[in-house]
Each structure stands twice: as structure tokens, then as C-alpha cells.
Ligand binder design. Structure first.
Ligand code: CDP
Length: 245
């Protein structure tokens, strides 16, 4: 966001975006549930150029004991980018950005998980970004939603996320890397799709109030498209299990 656009980069022309999409079109998405054997639940998501794995471990006893909450489980999402996931090698380990993303995703997931059912427990959600191409927090949260469902963690709903934003004055759905770098606004949104309750909303850049309303509406529509894919991925996994048994 806010990087100076090189002269030869055209973000929007003839109602088409730099990657050929229409303003309200989402990138191609593939979701697979239950891809890891040892994790309690897992998911793999390809979303545009993003490749992301989510693995759930727990509920287990939260340790050390002083971090326990006697009324509910604590949800620890950990977002991590592989060193090879970005153009310039990323220094391994947590940085300001990944700590922030881990925090907002943990808080979003806590809103849908029935944490009161597991006092003193911890639920770990590991999100590993293998290839990054803008929108990784949305793709990561979406993968986490499927992994939690795959782990059988009781939830009010399966959380899902999608971003909207603005390039060259136009409100658009699901920004790609160039749009993220040179655009005017990026707004990731996560919802509980049964009620459209907002679980996460961040904004980088600037929108007028009208643009904000339009972008929020578009992001929620995007979330519903992705939510259908999450459910299909989960159904597919359990259909396969039924066939072999
Ligand atoms: O990924 P997301 O859009 O949720 O978060 P961001 O902070 O807006 O980052 C946008 C994109 O910048 C990421 O998806 C990566 O493709 C890229 N990035 C990078 O190249 N190097 C980093 N250290 C962090 C992000």
C-alpha cells in the first residue's frame, strides 16, 4: 500500500484489473481439508498466488498453568511466513507484522469457537505461509476455519475472510500483489457467515465513507463465495472417508 507506482504499471483499464479480473471478481481458490496426518485438523489453501497450510492442535491442557483461564480455552493462532515465501528472503521467526496478524486472527477465531466448553485448555492454530501474494491474513484465517472444523472443535460458525480495497478510485474485491503495493486502500474482513457478524476488520490506506460501505459489502459477498468453498472442501473429505469405510 502506498508504494510509488512505476510508469508502466496499469492497474485498471477497460473495466479490467492488472490480472484481467473484473472489479468484483475473486482470484482462483482451491481448498483441501485434512491434509496432515498428525495434526488434529488441517487445511491447505491456494488463493491466487498464495499457498497456505493451517494445522490445529488441541484442545489440550494450557501450560504453563498460570496462562490457564478457568472459564474458557485460550486460542493461540500463530501466523508464520516461510523464509522463501516472499520475493526477498524473509528473516525467519516472528516480526511485528506476524505478531499483529497472529493476534487479530486469534481474536477473530475466539469469537466463533465455543471456548467455554474447554476451561483451562489451549487450542493451537498454526498458519504457515509457503507462498505469499497479498491477502495472506484472509487466506490464512480461511484455512484456519477449515482446519478447526476438521479438528472437530465446536464452533458457532466456520469463520471466513476476504479483502476489498481501492485502486485508481475504484472499489475492488480481493487485491493482488500489485494492487496491494500501489493501490489506495486494502481492507481485510472476516465474518461468521451465518449471521454476517464481523470478526476482523482492518484497513490500510484511505476510503471515503461511501467507499467504505461499498468495500464492506463487497468483502462480505467475497466471504460468502469463499465460505461455500470451505464447506465443499469439508464435505469432500468426509465423503471420501465414508467411501473407504
Ligand atoms: O498478506 P496480507 O495482505 O494479509 O498482509 P500485508 O501486510 O498487507 O502484506 C501484503 C503482501 O506483502 C503479502 O501478502 C506478501 O505478498 C508481501 N510481503 C512481503 O513481500 N514481505 C514481507 N515481509 C511481508 C509481506
Amino acid at each position: 500500500m502506498g508504494m510509488k507506482k512505476p510508469e508502466d504499471v496499469v492497474l485498471f483499464k477497460d473495466n479490467k484489473r492488472i490480472d484481467g479480473r473484473k472489479p468484483n471478481e475473486i482470484r482462483p481458490i482451491k481448498i483441501e481439508a485434512g491434509v496432515l496426518y498428525r495434526a488434529d485438523g488441517s487445511a491447505y489453501v491456494e488463493w491466487g498466488g498464495n499457498k497456505i497450510l493451517a494445522a490445529v492442535y488441541g484442545p489440550r491442557e494450557a501450560l504453563p498453568k498460570h496462562i490457564q483461564d478457568p472459564r474458557r480455552a485460550i486460542v493461540n493462532a500463530r501466523y508464520n511466513m516461510a523464509a522463501f515465501s516472499v520475493e526477498d528472503r524473509k528473516r525467519p521467526g516472528p516480526d511485528r507484522r506476524s505478531i499483529e496478524i497472529s493476534k487479530v486472527i486469534s481474536e477473530a477465531l475466539e469469537r466463533v469457537i465455543l471456548t467455554e466448553q474447554f476451561p483451562r485448555a489451549a487450542i493451537d492454530v498454526n498458519i504457515e505461509v509457503l507462498d505469499a501474494d497479498a491477502g495472506t491474513r484472509c487466506a490464512g484465517l480461511t484455512a484456519a476455519g477449515v482446519a478447526l472444523a476438521d479438528a472437530g472443535i465446536p464452533m458457532r460458525d466456520i469463520p471466513v475472510a476476504c479483502a476489498a480495497g481501492k485502486v485508481e478510485g475504484k472499489v475492488i474485491l480481493d487485491l493482488c500483489k500489485e494492487e496491494d503495493n500501489y493501490g489506495e486502500a486494502d481492507m481485510p474482513v472476516a465474518i461468521a457467515p451465518l449471521t454476517d457478524e464481523i470478526l476482523l476488520l482492518q484497513m490500510d490506506g484511505h476510503l471515503t465513507y461511501d467507499e467504505f460501505e461499498k468495500a464492506l459489502d463487497l468483502a462480505i459477498k467475497g466471504c460468502h463465495i469463499v465460505s461455500d468453498m470451505q464447506k465443499k472442501a469439508l464435505l469432500k473429505k468426509y465423503e471420501e472417508v465414508l467411501e473407504v469405510e
